[in-house]
Design a binder for this molecule. Sequence first.
Ligand code: FAD
Length: 432
Amino acid sequence: METDVMDSFESGAMCCDVAVIGAGPAGLMAAERLAGAGLGVRLFEAKPSVGRKFLMAGKGGLNLTHSEAMPAFASRFGGRAASVSRWLESFGPDQLRDWARALGVETFVGSSGRVFPVDMKAAPLLRAWLVRLRAQGVTMHMRHRWLGWDASQDGLLRFDTPAGPLAVRARAVVLALGGGSWARLGSDGAWTQALAARGVEIAPLQPANCGFDVGVGLPARGWSAHFAERFAGQPFKSVALSFDDGHCAPFSRKGEFVATATGIEGSLVYAVSAALREAIARDGQATLMLDLLPQLSPERVLAEVRHPRGSRSLSSHLKGRLGLDGIKAAVLYEILGKEGMADAERLARAIKALPVTVVATRPIDEAISTAGGVRLEALDEHGMCLVAPGVFCAGEMLDWEAPTGGYLLTACMASGVHAAQGVARYLKGGVH
Ligand SMILES: Cc1cc2nc3c(=O)[nH]c(=O)nc-3n(C[C@H](O)[C@H](O)[C@H](O)COP(=O)(O)OP(=O)(O)OC[C@H]3O[C@@H](n4cnc5c(N)ncnc54)[C@H](O)[C@@H]3O)c2cc1C
């Protein structure tokens, strides 16, 4: 992507009103609002093109936001609900849908209440967005990696570019550098060093909406070789998962997830992943309960298991009486062993409440999103770093988390709007 206006330089530094660094949804939204306010915006991005994670999000169906009412929507941000609610006041789910419509992309509400573009894709939206940003005069600098601030000249931004080192002087900066997952798409979390060196408080980056390694027969980690070989990648469909360790709100939900080579991942697991991650950090492990047949009562399951099976094998019996086979039957064998399977009461109990112990999160790079980041307490109410006047932060690099369901993109874009509003006030010499 080319720079489309003449660069202005002063004492060897490129100059602008606002430098937005990071061209994911948070940075793009901040740039749009800043340019809309009449400010000169330069957008810097380390990768050769913008919005790589946003495009990846579109691969599985771009879940832009959620249609549920605001109190429920805000509650998805847990302990950060109050702060995120302030961002959502200016740009909530309805505004996001209006914004997409204005870019020529209609949205619809799926059966789960999640909101998607009609074609489910991210690319048409991103293309239209870039056309608008260019028309607004946003200057884009790809392959410009921000390295931090110049040690000698306060506030001078340092970049590594294909043409060599570049210094940029901006009246204000919006950092929208993303979290620490899927580093190949650009968000590598390397920014933590520059911000920590500047004295900005940062909570350690951690995986959110992530998979877990199971511990079957502790202390071993992962499934048996037999289970992993046969069932990695296969889904657990129409199951219910519950988790209640007394430290978090009890979780119980129907849905589906997938077995991996070493454990579990997928939407139902992501929904409870923050609580599991906290429990593992505290206790070294966490045990969730799996109901393999949520549509049947425990009494019915026990009656069917006990039903005389004659010369039939236990596997055919479970398949014939309960429709239990494949991965569901295999996980019972995996966790109960032969002895447990032979005990009808124990088996029936396990079908309705199979304890699955998880012992570790999968690495952060595999996670859908990241918890931790710049502490919201390190920012003022307008999103500006308390220790770095004129430096604002937005998006997933901030210390909040939410489940999948469109909450991530909504909050990223809303925080971009919030930071842009903060910058506009700051440059007008308003509240700061
Ligand atoms: C597979 C997958 C599917 C997803 N699906 C959904 C979904 O359907 N719905 C949803 O709500 N969320 C989804 N998400 C999450 C969502 O994509 C992210 O939360 C969102 O993209 C974060 O936006 P951001 O702008 O804060 O950061 P990012 O999108 O990560 O953008 C940050 C940008 O900063 C750039 N950058 C980083 N460091 C530097 C540097 N030093 N100098 C210059 N540039 C730098 C990066 O290259 C990157 O372009 C999904 C995520 C993944 C991985």
